[in-house]
Design a protein around this ligand. Structure first.
Ligand code: DC
Length: 236
């Protein structure tokens, strides 16, 4: 059985592009546009941790139950399809695209991602998904742990206030009731968990290009990254 699937096969020999960074840095918007501009596949690794948090909650499995979570991770069958601005995600045939985006599941994803057995199970899945190359992978540890030999690596960040404002605007636009202060607090707590954990913490890979999007729009960030990846492609 085909366990995992990205939208289409991409020729071998194309780069793997790793984009890491904290929540709200603009990774999602930038990764989608860069993926479309390159004609690659998008691997949203955060969506995998979110799916585990969601499926655990649905199945009555505690976010601290490492064994139970690892069993979900081992059976995960994912199918990503990038369509314009939306990266559709089906897991085991169920459309989780929107269901995994709630603030509650953001917290859950950050908690389940601390468990070594969960990370180990997802490591192989992520590598399988990118085995054909021609993939933009975004997350927290894609350039450091998952694809240490990625052909191009970026670390995308922005100031705390800018990141919280973006997350707040996004939630409000989706009709989620929240306020700026609690969005900022939740984001900083999540940063703390993501950067403070022992295993695969969020850090900039030594060979990653640092991109600060605080005062730079998505188009400009994508243009910078695209220019670099095109150079990398040409050199392969
Ligand atoms: O990028 P995101 O907000 O969808 O990620 C949700 C959580 O998943 C994040 O708080 C930490 C975890 N995560 C991770 O540990 N490693 C990754 N490569 C991606 C996400």
């Amino acid at each position: 059985m085909v366990k995992t699937q990205l939208m289409k096969e991409v020729a071998k020999g194309l780069p793997v592009v790793a984009i890491d960074g904290p929540a709200g840095a603009g990774k999602s918007a930038v990764s989608k546009r860069l993926t479309l501009a390159l004609g690659y596949q998008l691997l949203d690794t955060g969506a995998l941790y979110r799916s585990i948090a969601y499926l655990a909650q649905k199945g009555g499995i505690d976010w601290q139950d490492e064994q139970g979570l690892a069993e979900i991770a081992a059976k995960l069958e994912v199918d990503f399809r990038l369509d314009g601005e939306i990266n559709h995600l089906h897991v085991g045939g169920e459309d989780l695209t929107e269901l995994i985006r709630s603030p509650e599941i953001s917290v859950g994803a950050s908690i389940v991602s601390r468990h070594p057995m969960v990370r180990t199970a997802l490591l192989q899945l992520q590598r399988d998904l990118a085995s054909s190359g021609g993939v933009v992978a975004e997350g927290r540890d894609v350039g450091t742990v998952v694809f240490p030999n990625a052909d191009a690596k970026f670390f995308l960040t922005a100031s705390d206030e800018v990141r919280a404002q973006r997350r707040y605007d996004e939630l409000i636009s989706k009709g989620v009731e929240t306020d700026f202060e609690s969005t900022l607090k939740e984001m900083l707590e999540r940063d703390e968990r993501d950067t403070g954990r022992e295993l695969a913490p969020l850090i900039q890979a030594e060979d990653a290009i640092l991109v600060d999007s605080s005062n730079t729009g998505v188009d400009e960030v994508v243009a910078q990254m695209l220019a670099h990846v095109r150079q990398v492609e040409a050199a392969l």
